[in-house]
Design a binder for this molecule. Structure first.
Ligand SMILES: Nc1ncnc2c1ncn2[C@@H]1O[C@H](COP(=O)(O)OP(=O)(O)OP(=O)(O)O)[C@@H](O)[C@H]1O
Ligand SMILES: [Mg+2]
Length: 269
């Protein structure tokens, strides 16, 4: 109790996260489905994290919102883009990071950063579900598996069943046809993971992928995608313990900076 708290909230297309930061590091976090009312989700996510840490809303000194739904959070002090927040969060957790790959529910991005964590360039696919978490969710349901099971299952595959379609609708029928032809589920999943890795890596053609590479977003919890990306990039890939909170963590770090800046201004320095 009595801690000074900074909050970061990331309202993504599928999931929302709140991170509470103290002077010495992360105090707690929550992850929940965004649902149809992002404003209510943001409030619930924050409330749950505060309660779990025996804190109150008035303990929050500064709050920054990010993510696709950030404009729906009127109680935040500032909004900052996802690109900037993912870069900041990844750099904080893995300071050697020079490339961030973020695969979320509805888009995927590659961000290059300098040694201080500032964004130098980025490329983004936000046109369709191809290569995103949503794509994987549709394929998991076609294979009647949950997402966690799907990621682990692919690690058993000795080879990949090639999946040529990246359009979600066509890829779903391709998966169903491969199952009917008797291909092993783990090989089909590995084929899907490789297709996603190629698609995301294709984004990087314009950018220079430099070590260290850090993977953020919910899809980084899928060990099969991590393995496919590593094989394709030919470099090690850092996956922090909870990659889904990296955007919210970046937002909380900016909240802490903003509060320090305001304090200095008040003191007239
Ligand atoms: N335990 C898990 N195992 C495998 N995949 C997971 C797991 N948890 C979440 N995911 C994947 O993460 C995706 C959601 O990621 P994330 O929370 O980063 O998206 P988002 O921030 O809501 O989306 P966006 O950034 O595109 O707006 C889901 O679609 C799912 O594929
Ligand atoms: Mg996101």
């Amino acid at each position: 109790m009595g801690d000074i708290v900074y909050a970061g909230i990331d309202i993504g297309s599928l999931s929302s996260e709140a991170v509470l930061l103290g002077e010495d590091g992360i105090l707690g976090y929550s992850i929940m489905k965004t649902g149809s009312n992002p404003r209510r989700t943001a409030q619930q996510c924050l409330k749950e994290t505060l309660e779990r840490n025996m804190l109150r809303e008035k303990d929050i000194r500064m709050m920054v919102a990010t993510g696709y739904g950030r404009i729906s959070i009127p109680f935040a002090d500032r909004e900052i883009t996802e690109i900037t927040c993912h870069a900041r969060g990844a750099h904080h957790l893995c300071p050697g990071t020079r490339t961030v790959i973020d695969i979320g529910g509805q888009d995927s991005k590659i961000i290059t950063i300098d040694k201080r964590g500032n964004v130098t360039d980025f490329a983004m696919n936000d046109k369709c579900a191809a290569g995103t978490g949503r794509f994987l969710e549709v394929m998991a349901s076609a294979l009647e598996m949950d997402l966690e099971e799907m990621g682990l299952k692919s690690m058993e595959a000795k080879r990949a069943t090639p999946i040529s379609s990246m359009c979600t609708v066509f890829a779903e029928s391709e998966v169903i046809s491969r199952v009917a032809e008797g291909h092993r589920p783990e090989e089909i999943i590995r084929g899907l993971h490789e297709a996603i890795a190629r698609r995301v890596f294709g984004l990087a053609r314009r950018l220079k992928v430099r070590e260290e590479v850090t993977f953020s977003g919910g899809v980084a919890k899928n060990p099969g995608i991590v393995a496919s990306l590593k094989r394709l990039i030919g470099m090690p890939v850092n996956v922090p313990d909870e990659p889904q909170i990296i955007g919210a963590l970046g937002a909380a770090l900016y909240a802490r900076d903003l509060s320090f800046k305001e304090k200095r201004l008040r003191k007239g320095r």
